[in-house]
Design a protein around this ligand. Sequence first.
Ligand code: MG
Length: 385
Amino acid sequence: MPPSPPNSTCAVLVVAAGRGQRFGGSLPKQYAPLKGELLLRRTLRAFSNHPKVTQVVVAIHPDDGAQFAEAAAGLAKVTSVHGGAARQDSVRLGLEALVASPPDLVLIHDGARPMISAGLIDRVIEGLATAEGVLPVVPVVDTLKRVDAGGAVGETVPRENLARAQTPQGFRFAPILAAHRKFAGETLTDDAAVLERAGGRVVTVLGDETNIKVTTMDDLARLTASLSETRVGQGFDVHAFGDGNAVMLCGLKVPHTHGMVGHSDADVALHAATDAILGAIGAGDIGQHFPPSDPKWRGAASHQFLRHAYDLLTARGGSLVHLDFTIICERPKVGPHRAAMVTSVAKILGVSEDRISVKATTTEGLGFTGRQEGIAAQAVATVRL
Ligand code: MG
């Protein structure tokens, strides 16, 4: 077989016509939301952005035109064709759509594998320099058992020479088109099998463990979790002592020889925590959300400030991993109230107490806290987005 020319045209055929019976939910899995966009869009972007890919044809179900338009909006090189009843039909129809202007190479990929890397695309294309078909594979690491209908183990299957097949599977265009035409209507499980059946030679390249196929809701949940990022925000606040007989700390009224001066209830710890959460999501600071110039917040209970920041976090799909306070003062003593403060903050946010930490320290008599002129508080919020 002659080597493929160095400037080969390379089309990608993405199969996205399935109904996803195993997935559940109202939409096929390729149109499920993943990190704020449709899953298929992430798949298409990987190919659309790849410099060696000249066009991307997506085999879609005739009912999915609107969802496809959303998934492909603004992506270069991407067009669609109606697929068929079974996967193999959709691939053949997609290949036929390329015949008018045939590429040298075609990569055939499952729409529900959104974690495709540029490196894997490169490996498959490079493999086609000397083979008609290229299959990305990952090793089988678990021991394999043949299990009967009753759940009993029949035998242990040797895993030597076994591998798990992924996509994109790459092909010289002419032989894979001929093979699909020849075996139309059969139900071979992947395109490498179609070429093998036609007598073509398929070689393997290393796949990616991260290149998973989303088949169930659990797969989608695991993928979403793996894509989440952890962020940290910090907050700091100070209020001065004034007249009164109690101070608010972490939403708790703590008896003291003084009160705190402030526009709201002057809960220095909750103000620091509010800023910590706002900082973690890049949503400004407490003064922007609750201006001290607004009479509405005079004497306000600060738990509503913290709750507002937390609601902004959850509205973005985020969650609080941990919130850690340091309260800095000589008096009142925080220790006797620490457990109640943890409970109070956990209650305000509706999170478990093991996500909240309250610590206290003094400044050894130094500075304004040492002179007992006021209280300072720091908070560090760790969030997952
Ligand atoms: Mg404040």
